[in-house]
Design a protein around this ligand. Structure first.
Ligand SMILES: Cc1ncc(COP(=O)(O)O)c(C=O)c1O
Length: 346
């Protein structure tokens, strides 16, 4: 447990004492952060540019928060100015943002949002479910107060744990609450006894997950964070290059596209579900559909953790190009695979 905590601190790039994996998936990490930091009546700014921002707003409301929503079109990022506008004349306790919106492929820059949040006297809470281990994420440098992630994305571990980290300021809020945390299971004040030095029994640990988590962190540190971020970026660029040769684009906001989650446009006249079905049944490749307003407009192609490999990019482009061809969307499959294989700049 001590080794896992120490390695997790290195992967989150934080010195925060209270850094450990919550038992449960990413959503448990989300609930853990909100239930511990929010008391009924607190004002919370929630940034929404996809499914997971919406989920944060729902969770905050269930904690009794007065939620102020900052919304962007799905596929676009949350701009710092939008948050600044929401903070004007207000005194919220918390600003919550999704770093990597898995439902749209957009990556919101966090540093400036964090700075203005602190200027307004609030804490910042970050959803790093899809970002941790895939793109630069610097908890201490960016002065993030509370962060949660999940094991099944760029950590390449089975689903089942939610790594979290809380700053000293966040811990002051958590230990100084006037009401009890409404979730007994996720109460950091109690979990601290188990994950702290004393190992006071709280709940039965999902021990096989804890071992898997330990191993995934070990592999990440063996690869090196910077190399891992670069690998994700290189394979995203290879995919983008191949798609471009096919005449297809990644549609999330240019300059803010996630390497690990690629929102690929669906050409006119193509049956998107049939393409996904054939990829899965004939090639063992699963890609995601668009969600919410992006349903029917994009496919979501994940290149996360171990799956972010040049070989996978080429295998995908080859199968995808041929299936699209069968559906009458003419493209240069072989040239696309060759371009991706070559890699380099776009
Ligand atoms: C950005 C983001 N936040 C939260 C979650 C919720 O995590 P889980 O499905 O592991 O509960 C997900 C899951 O895909 C996610 O992508």
């Amino acid at each position: 447990m001590e080794e896992a905590k120490a390695m997790l601190r290195k992967v989150f790039l934080t010195e925060n004492e209270m850094t450990f994996p919550v038992s449960g998936t990413g959503s448990a990490g989300m609930e853990c952060c909100f239930v511990n930091l929010v008391e009924p009546g607190d004002e919370v700014v929630v940034c929404i540019n996809g499914v997971f921002g919406m989920r944060m707003a729902e969770v905050a409301e269930r904690c009794g928060a007065v939620v102020i929503k900052v919304e962007s079109e799905w596929g676009r990022i949350i701009e710092t100015e939008q948050v600044a506008e929401a903070l004007k004349g207000r005194n919220p306790k918390l600003v919550a943002v999704v770093h990597a919106e898995t439902s749209t492929g957009a990556q919101t820059p966090i540093e400036e949002i964090s700075r203005i949040t602190h200027e307004a006297g609030a804490l910042i809470l970050l959803d790093a479910v899809t970002s941790l281990g895939g793109i630069p994420l610097r908890i201490d440098d960016w002065e993030i107060d509370a962060v949660y992630s999940g094991t099944q994305k760029c950590l390449s571990c089975p689903p089942g744990l939610a790594p979290v980290s809380f700053s000293k300021d966040a811990m002051k809020v958590i230990t100084g609450r006037s009401s009890k945390v409404q979730s007994w299971y996720l109460d950091i004040n109690l979990l601290a006894g188990y994950w702290g030095g004393n190992r006071v029994y709280h709940h039965t640990a999902p021990i096989s997950m804890n071992y898997a988590f330990h191993e995934s962190l070990r592999l990440i540190l063996e690869e090196g964070l910077e190399s891992r971020w670069k690998r994700h970026l290189d394979n995203h660029l290879a995919l983008k290059k191949g798609l471009k040769v096919m005449g297809l684009e990644i549609v999330s906001q240019e300059g803010h596209q996630l390497p690990q989650l690629n929102a690929v446009e669906i050409p006119d006249g193509v049956d998107e579900a049939a393409v996904r079905g054939r990829l899965l049944s004939e090639h063992d490749i699963e890609i995601g559909p668009g969600l919410g307003p992006l349903k029917g407009k994009i496919w979501r192609v994940g290149l996360m953790g171990e799956t972010s490999k040049k070989e996978n990019v080429c295998r995908f482009l080859n199968a995808f190009g041929r299936i699209l061809n069968d559906q009458g969307f003419r493209n240069e499959t072989e040239a696309a695979v060759a371009a991706a294989n070559e890699g380099g700049a776009l």
